[in-house]
Design a protein around this ligand. Structure first.
Ligand SMILES: [Cu+2]
Length: 348
């Protein structure tokens, strides 16, 4: 996504530079340029860039879930198809940021269709996550707690995104705090808590110590509660009609904004507590074994700290990394040999 999305923004900056330095008029309507050109180039970057932040957090969640639920992903193929679908569609939806700008109103409905379609691959990812929880044996350690937060926030962000992708609904929500709340649920709700999940999970491999679960989870849940207070209240302000990007707003929005402000401080406190867990655990945390989570993937099979060249000899991979709870192929082979033997014994 970076390869196809980021150059559009670079073009926009080169054209803007030309406008300022060489007196061209790419973006200057008075001299035959177009401000729409800038908006199009910007959002050709801007929308895919959301997924550049979102997909790693979802990938962390799906990477951890088999380890802590001790079962394979509900569907590895659907997860991959979801990511590929998001990548493919994310380049075709940029103009949903421009429904209300007056640029090509006839294009609104094709863009509404492509934007709504993107909820299908995103839905694959959420369904794979929920399906993996289903009948899993949850070993709820700090990394999995953060995954709960990611999945919850991503569902709220995803569902509110469906409303915003509809042209009729967007006429009302556009430019309101509802939009701000929505994209924070996506970017911060998935990004921040996905980062916490990844940090807590890889901390033992990075530092040789376990991230303090008590302080870490207090930080995590404080930030999560603060997050819900801040942005749920912001949804309310948006539904009441508060415009975004304003310094002064009408008195009727005071309560929602006040609640959001309190929530934002709670998020900050939670993040500081989480940071304190990182610092104290790094300095004097419980020493971790090389594979404290009992993970099957390769990075956990080597010593901590990871030796130069990772492994002294080339490891032999005998099974897939996410097949928790699936009968070991060799054990299954011995089992069937046992059955053969007992059958033969019976006939004798
Ligand atoms: Cu977008």
């Amino acid at each position: 996504m970076g390869l196809y999305a980021f150059p559009f923004y670079q073009y926009s900056q080169i054209l803007g530079l030309a406008d300022r330095v060489f007196s061209t008029s790419f973006f200057d309507p008075l001299n035959g340029g177009s401000v729409w050109l800038y908006e199009n180039l910007f959002w050709l970057l801007g929308h895919p860039e959301v997924y550049v932040i979102l997909i790693p957090s979802m990938a962390v969640a799906l990477e951890l879930m088999p380890v802590f639920l001790r079962k394979p992903l509900f569907s590895f193929n659907f997860a991959v198809a979801g990511i590929v679908g998001v990548v493919a569609l994310s380049g075709l939806v940029w103009a949903h940021h421009m429904y209300m700008t007056g640029w090509a109103p006839a294009a609104n409905y094709p863009f509404m269709l492509s934007t709504e379609l993107i909820s299908i691959p995103v839905g694959f990812l959420v369904l794979v996550a929920i399906g993996t929880f289903w009948r899993g044996t949850a070993w709820t350690r700090l990394p999995l707690m953060a995954v709960y937060a990611v999945v919850f926030n991503k569902m709220i962000g995803g569902v509110t995104g469906v409303y915003l992708s509809d042209v009729p609904a967007d006429q009302y929500f556009h430019g309101s705090m509802f939009v701000v709340a929505h994209f924070h649920f996506m970017l911060m709700g998935a990004g921040l808590f996905g980062a916490m999940a990844g940090i807590a999970f890889y901390f033992p491999k990075m530092t040789g110590r376990i991230l303090d679960e008590r302080i870490g989870s207090i930080g995590l849940w404080t930030a999560f509660i603060g997050f819900q207070i801040t942005f749920m209240s912001m949804f309310v302000a948006g539904l009441q009609g508060q415009p975004r990007r304003v310094l002064d707003f009408d008195d009727q929005f005071n309560l929602s904004n006040w609640i959001s402000t309190i929530g934002a401080y709670i998020i900050g406190i939670g993040m500081l507590i989480f940071l304190a867990a990182i610092i104290t655990s790094w300095r004097s945390g419980v020493i971790a074994s090389s594979n404290p989570w009992g993970s099957k993937s390769l990075e956990w099979q080597t010593a901590t700290p990871v030796p130069l060249e990772n492994f002294p000899v080339l490891p032999v991979v005998t099974e897939r990394p996410y097949d928790y709870g699936v009968p070991d192929p060799y054990v299954a082979e011995f089992d069937s040999m046992d059955e053969d033997l007992t059958e033969k014994a019976g006939t004798k």
